[in-house]
Design a protein. Structure first.
Length: 65
């Protein structure tokens, strides 16, 4: 894949300061969507809620590099 093309299916990376991960607090569904590089939509928020319900905070770890 060459740089400067739209081939990146994940989009731009979200700055770390925007994400809320760690032991202090659980990530929000919005954090899960942002970590995946997608825009926030109702459908993606619902999918993120399910991921948090099923896997807890470990769910976001699957999406972070």
């Amino acid at each position: 894949m060459s740089e400067g093309t739209d081939d990146n299916e994940w989009g731009e990376r979200t700055p770390d300061a925007v994400l809320h991960t760690g032991t202090e607090e659980l990530p929000d569904p919005e954090d899960i969507v942002l970590a995946s590089g997608h825009d926030i939509t109702p459908e993606r928020l619902e999918e993120a809620r399910r991921l948090l319900d099923e896997e807890g905070a470990a769910g976001v770890e699957k999406l972070l590099p």
